[in-house]
Design a protein around this ligand. Structure first.
Ligand code: SAM
Ligand code: 2KA
Ligand code: SF4
Ligand code: MG
Length: 210
């Protein structure tokens, strides 16, 4: 992100470091199984050791891209747009989501909630992380809470997070991919014992799609 003008545009959210954008099936959570266009924005300093897109972390390697171009391509692909990353809330999401909504598109976000909630969202998936907890505003507005289970201690973390969330939020436990064989049976038992929770799997990985 070299020149000053570009940096100013990124600062305002008029340009975003775009890692990739693709049409696929939402693999996780409440909307799993439904077609959607994904916009993956670079930049994240939350630092989850098991993150499955570490290539997204360094914003500087992803080209600053005008939101007009991003929105144009999104509108051709789908009526539902999932903004993910990286951590999308690293950036000002207001210009992107306004432009998507002006085209009549539904805006969904995948976020850790670690930064201020900007943008206008039809669906917020909050996936809290221990090393950078969500801000209050995101707990209030999230539609689904998706806690990643890496080991048995994560059930306690999940319950702590559930206490902070609004009452309408749907609760999910999702296995961390590399330990899925070990934690899936634990999640199954936990959900049967605590049925306010639901299971979420990364079904796109089983389907071999992005
Ligand atoms: C890559 S993150 C990007 C969005 C945002 N930074 C976040 O963490 O919510 C997208 C989703 O994938 C989940 N995720 C990342 N790595 C995972 C893994 N190894 N196993 C299971 N879920 C994972 C995250 O918790 C999040 O719900
Ligand atoms: N198919 C598919 N569904 C997803 N749901 C959340 C994802 C993400 O990386 O944010 C994701 C993803 O990367 N692919
Ligand atoms: S917050 Fe999301 S993108 Fe960032 S490291 Fe964690 S899982 Fe990866
Ligand atoms: Mg993913």
């Amino acid at each position: 992100m070299a020149d000053k003008q570009v940096m100013a545009e990124v600062d305002k959210g008029r340009m975003l470091p775009l890692m990739e954008a693709f049409y696929t099936i939402q693999g996780e959570g409440y909307h799993k199984g439904t077609a959607a266009y994904f916009i993956r924005v670079g930049g994240c300093d939350v630092g989850c050791h098991w993150c499955d897109v570490k290539e997204s972390w360094d914003a500087d390697v992803h080209p600053p891209t005008h939101i007009d171009e991003i929105v144009e391509n999104a509108a051709k692909a789908s009526d539902t747009i999932v903004v993910t990353g990286g951590e999308p809330l690293t950036w000002n999401m207001e210009p992107l989501t306004s432009a998507l909504k002006a085209r009549g598109l539904k805006t969904h976000i995948e976020t850790s909630g670690a930064y201020p909630l900007t943008g206008s969202w039809d669906w917020i998936c909050l996936s809290p992380k221990k090393n950078k907890l969500p801000l209050q505003a995101v707990y209030k507005q999230a539609h689904e809470l998706k806690v990643i289970v890496y080991n048995k201690h994560d059930f306690k973390f999940a319950e702590e997070q559930a206490l902070k969330i609004n009452g309408d939020c749907i609760l999910y436990l999702q296995p961390e991919w590399s330990v899925r064989e070990k934690v899936m049976p634990l999640i199954v038992d936990y959900v049967m014992g605590n049925p306010k929770w639901r299971v979420s799997l990364q079904t796109h990985k089983y389907l071999n799609i992005p």
